[in-house]
Design a protein around this ligand. Structure first.
Ligand SMILES: [Zn+2]
Ligand SMILES: [Zn+2]
Length: 264
């Protein structure tokens, strides 16, 4: 299995995962044109996309899905509740829907086995997931207000974990958003702060993953280096043998460019 985060953050989320001949885009929050551009930059042929999976209906996760599906004929997989909340231009006319999925039942796309689970967020039916293929397991958890016991359990024994580190609490407090937006971001149905992600690393991360990738980092209420140092400090607090070479294995996902390829 290999994967790259094509883009991450409130300007658009898209993760590309590949195993054998199966290539899946998880969320399509960049424009179709920008998604195709970044895929091509990574050596991926957009025409060979197997499917698009939508985790929830927020525009930073679905913006390009309609046009990508029409252009590539890739089916879009979403739960019934998410699908009914998606606001596509012209009602999503021409979109090719894949099987209806559920936020709590495993599903398969080609050689990738997805295991979704519910997370606390203000979408209709938001899920995170782990995905497995040929004995390799990856966990992706973004868009959640706090880390539940279920999240911690599902992430154990993952070879790579992509986890949100959305905002710095102090930067959020003094940041440019209206009060209602600040409250939403910081709420139990909002996004993970650097502190909450660090708490999970200190208390529940099993240290098994080869890579830990911080994602959905806010441009306005966080700084990549703050997020990195917060997670790094938490990793180091577990002792030098817990996650050796932490600074090289802790990675960041960016809003404006793809990450490296992670080969697992
Ligand atoms: Zn989001
Ligand atoms: Zn969201």
């Amino acid at each position: 299995m290999r994967l790259t985060v094509l883009g991450s953050g409130s300007s658009g989320n898209a993760l590309y995962i590949e195993s054998g001949a199966t290539g899946v885009l998880v969320d399509a929050g960049l424009s179709a044109k920008e998604t195709a551009r970044r895929m091509t930059e990574c050596g991926i042929d957009p025409a060979r996309l197997s499917a698009v999976v939508i985790t929830h209906e927020h525009s930073d996760h679905i913006k390009g899905a309609h046009v990508i599906s029409k252009a590539t004929a890739a089916p879009v997989f979403a739960s019934a509740a998410t699908r009914s909340e998606c606001r596509f231009p012209r009602g999503g006319n021409g979109i090719r829907w894949g099987d209806e999925i559920s936020s709590s039942e495993p599903f398969q796309i080609g050689s990738l086995d997805f295991y979704p689970f519910t997370i606390p967020h203000d979408g209709a039916d938001t899920f995170a997931f782990t995905v497995s293929s040929q004995g390799v397991k990856v966990g992706m958890v973004t868009d959640l207000g706090y880390i539940t016991q279920l999240v911690s359990e599902r992430l154990r024994r993952s070879d790579l974990i992509l986890i949100e580190s959305n905002h710095d609490l102090d930067m959020l407090k003094v940041g440019p958003y209206p009060w209602s937006v600040k409250q939403r971001i910081a709420s139990r149905l909002g996004h993970l702060s650097n502190d909450e992600t660090a708490r999970w690393i200190r208390e529940d991360f099993d240290g098994y993953a080869v890579y830990l990738v911080l994602a959905h980092i806010s441009r306005r209420c966080n700084h990549p280096e703050l997020a990195r140092l917060s997670a790094l400090g938490a990793l180091e607090s577990r002792g030098s043998g817990f996650f050796p070479g932490a600074s090289g294995r802790l990675k960041l996902a960016y809003p404006d460019r793809p990450t490296e390829w992670f080969n697992l």
